[in-house]
Design a protein around this ligand. Structure first.
Ligand SMILES: [Zn+2]
Length: 330
C-alpha cells in the first residue's frame, strides 16, 4: 500500500510538471494561429516571417492552379493545330500512311478531302499528328485490315472480334472443338493450301493455336505472370489486346518431331525449315524471327505464322524484314 502511495504521488507530480511545461507551448501555438489569421505588428519576428511565408505560398498556389488551367487549354489547341505535310512515296497506300502516323484512314481522307482510296506519288497530304499520344498505347484503328499491326505499342480494342472466323480444314493434335482452332476465313483458306503443299512434300505439321479472344488473353497472361513474374511473362506472352492471335490471322504450328509443343527447336527441324522457306508462298510470315527481337518486342518464335497476304509476305521474306519494318513502324 505504501509503495502504491509513493508511486501515486510521483505520478501526480509528473502530471503537474507536464501540465505546467505544456502551457507555454499552448500559448505559442495559439500565438502563431492568431498571427496567421490576423496579422499583428506587435508579434515576434519569427511570427511575421511565418505570416509572410504563408501569404506567399497562398499566392503561389493560386497562380499555379490558374496556370495549369491555361496551360492545358493552350496545349490542347496546339495539339489540334499541329500538323505536317507528307509527300506520297512509291508503294504508299492510305493504310500504310495511317499506320505510320497512327491516324484513322477515315480521318486522313476527311482532312485531305479525298473521296476515294486513290493517292498519287508526289501528292502532298496534310497529317494531323498527336504529339502527346505517341508514347501511349495506340489502339489499332483498322483491326480488320490484313496488314493490321498488333504489338506491344499497338493494341487491339478489347471488344474486337473478327467477324468471319472459321475452323480451317487442317490437322490439329487434338480432336475436340476449341476456339483456338479458329482463323479468319481468308487466312484459314491460305493455311489449308499451305498444309496441302506440306503434305505433298511429306512434311508432317500440325496447327496448334489460332484465334485468341481478349478474355482468353487476359487469363493466359495472368497465369503466366503468376508462374514467371511480370517481366519474364511479358517477353513471351502478350498482354491482353497485344496478341496477334486476336486478329484471327495468326496460327502457331508444331510437329510430332518436337512432341507437338511450341519450342524454338522447331526452327531446327525439317518441318520448321520447310515452314520458314515456304510460308510466304501462301501469304504467311514468320512474325517473330531470330535477331529481330528488338524490333518485334518478342523472342524468336519459329512456330508463329501471321497471314499478311501474298504480296506483303513475299516482300517481307525476300528482304528478310519484319512487319514493323515493312510498314515503316520502327
Ligand atoms: Zn503465336
Amino acid at each position: 500500500m505504501k509503495k502504491l502511495n509513493v508511486k501515486g504521488k510521483i505520478l501526480s507530480i509528473a502530471l503537474v510538471i507536464l501540465l505546467i511545461s505544456s502551457l507555454p507551448f499552448a500559448n505559442k501555438v495559439e500565438a502563431i494561429t492568431k498571427c496567421d489569421v490576423k496579422p499583428n505588428k506587435s508579434e515576434g519576428k519569427k511570427d511575421i516571417i511565418l505570416e509572410i511565408i504563408k501569404n506567399i505560398s497562398q499566392d503561389t498556389e493560386k497562380d499555379s492552379s490558374d496556370n495549369i488551367d491555361t496551360e492545358v487549354e493552350v496545349e490542347d489547341e496546339f495539339k489540334d493545330e499541329e500538323h505536317e505535310v507528307y509527300i506520297v512515296q512509291s508503294g504508299d497506300t492510305l493504310f500504310k500512311i495511317s499506320v505510320k502516323y497512327n491516324i484513322d484512314i477515315r480521318k486522313l481522307k476527311e482532312i485531305n478531302d479525298l473521296t476515294s482510296d486513290t493517292i498519287y506519288i508526289g501528292q502532298a497530304l496534310t497529317i494531323i499528328t498527336d504529339a502527346n499520344g505517341l508514347n501511349d498505347k495506340i489502339i489499332v484503328s483498322n483491326p480488320d485490315h490484313i496488314l493490321a499491326l498488333v504489338n506491344k505499342k499497338n493494341k487491339l480494342p478489347s471488344d474486337y472480334i473478327p467477324h468471319n472466323l472459321v475452323v480451317p480444314n487442317v490437322p490439329f493434335p487434338f480432336k475436340s472443338y476449341h476456339s483456338k482452332k479458329l482463323m479468319r476465313k481468308e487466312a484459314a483458306q491460305a493455311l489449308e493450301n499451305l498444309f496441302k503443299k506440306a503434305e505433298e512434300d511429306n512434311i508432317k505439321i500440325y496447327a496448334l493455336s489460332g484465334y485468341r479472344s481478349y478474355t482468353r488473353q487476359e487469363s493466359i497472361f495472368a497465369s503466366n505472370v503468376k508462374k514467371n513474374g511480370l517481366e519474364k511473362a511479358n517477353q513471351f506472352s502478350a498482354k491482353p489486346g497485344e496478341s496477334e492471335h486476336q486478329t484471327g490471322l495468326a496460327m502457331d504450328l508444331t510437329s510430332p518431331s518436337v512432341n507437338n509443343v511450341l519450342t524454338q527447336r522447331f526452327g531446327q527441324t525439317m518441318e520448321g525449315k520447310w515452314v520458314k522457306a515456304n510460308a510466304y508462298k501462301f501469304g504467311f510470315i514468320i512474325r517473330y524471327p531470330k535477331g529481330k527481337e528488338h524490333i518485334t518486342g518478342y523472342q524468336y518464335e519459329p512456330w508463329h505464322l501471321r497471314f499478311v497476304g501474298k504480296e506483303a509476305a513475299e516482300e517481307i521474306f525476300n528482304k528478310n524484314i519484319t512487319l514493323e519494318e515493312y510498314l515503316g513502324e520502327i
